[in-house]
Unconditional design. Sequence first.
Length: 299
Amino acid sequence: MAALRNLAASFCKPTSLLSRTASVLSVSARYNIVRCMSTGKYEYLLVEKKGAKENVGLITLNRPKALNALCDGLMVELADVLDDFDKDEGIGCLVLTGSTRAFAAGADIKEMQDRTFQDVAGKNFLSAWSRLAANKKPVIAAVNGHALGGGCEIAMMCDIIYAGEKAKFGQPEILLGTIPGAGGTQRLPRVVGKSLAMELVLTGTSISAADALNAGLVSKVYPVDTVVDEAIKTAEKISSNSKMIVAMCKEAVNRSYENTLQEGLLFEKKIFYGTFATNDRKEGMTAFTEKRKANFTDS
Ligand SMILES: C=CC(=O)SCCNC(=O)CCNC(=O)[C@H](O)C(C)(C)COP(=O)(O)OP(=O)(O)OC[C@H]1O[C@@H](n2cnc3c(N)ncnc32)[C@H](O)[C@@H]1OP(=O)(O)O
């Protein structure tokens, strides 16, 4: 029982926060990124709390002149905000969005233009990018406009993708003489299948929101001006559940990408058993039998 309690508790802890922060700080130092951390203001992001209970963290990429190109400074800020929301016990789910014109037009080509192999490999370029995929709390991408290259990749790092009707998804790196570096050749085929992924990465063309829905890359398509609100509504639903159980459930689904079916089923069963070491599992089932709403305490 103690082991199960420890397992359950581990889903609530902001594990490896120190190592993530250290990695992000070292990236900041290497690329001379300066940001005034004490003001809480961001150069490339807008950060708000949304929902009737203010339990949804909304992160808006805000680099409009460059179509939200993902420069080092932006990615470091994003990692910082994710850390902050991770520690905020009032927040249960995040929404990541951009502008109507662009979710993000990819990694910053102008910033990368003069970098050498030694620069990118030696200084571990893209190290801050893995922070989003490792987030414990679920993240919904609300995508309008261009989601290209790294923009498509950070959307795929999120747990759910909602798209506006005019969204475009693609991996055009091949047109720049390079290849995707943050999941375009790895996550994309797992989601849309090898044939479509291969076509996208080898031709550099993009697909519409409707085609992305058809291929399974996005879960819903909405009119352009409602997609963020719809994502917030879903995030509120997720936030109303136990944060501990939500984290366990997210981890179980993510394991399905890494494991064989048998290993995944075993992992799922252990996590399911682990929920029985929590107060929230007891409360959820008790509330059902007492015909009332569950009052989860994230314990
Ligand atoms: C290795 C990983 C990667 O992610 S590589 C990057 C992959 N992404 C791309 O190749 C997309 C590059 N962008 C475009 O193809 C176009 O900008 C567009 C199709 C997304 C939009 O075209 P449109 O004609 O509507 O706008 P502009 O091209 O004039 O762009 C406006 C403004 O934004 C700058 N910009 C756009 N994308 C990037 C980027 N990825 N990195 C840096 N800057 C970008 C563009 O240069 C314009 O700025 P300006 O000051 O006017 O030059």
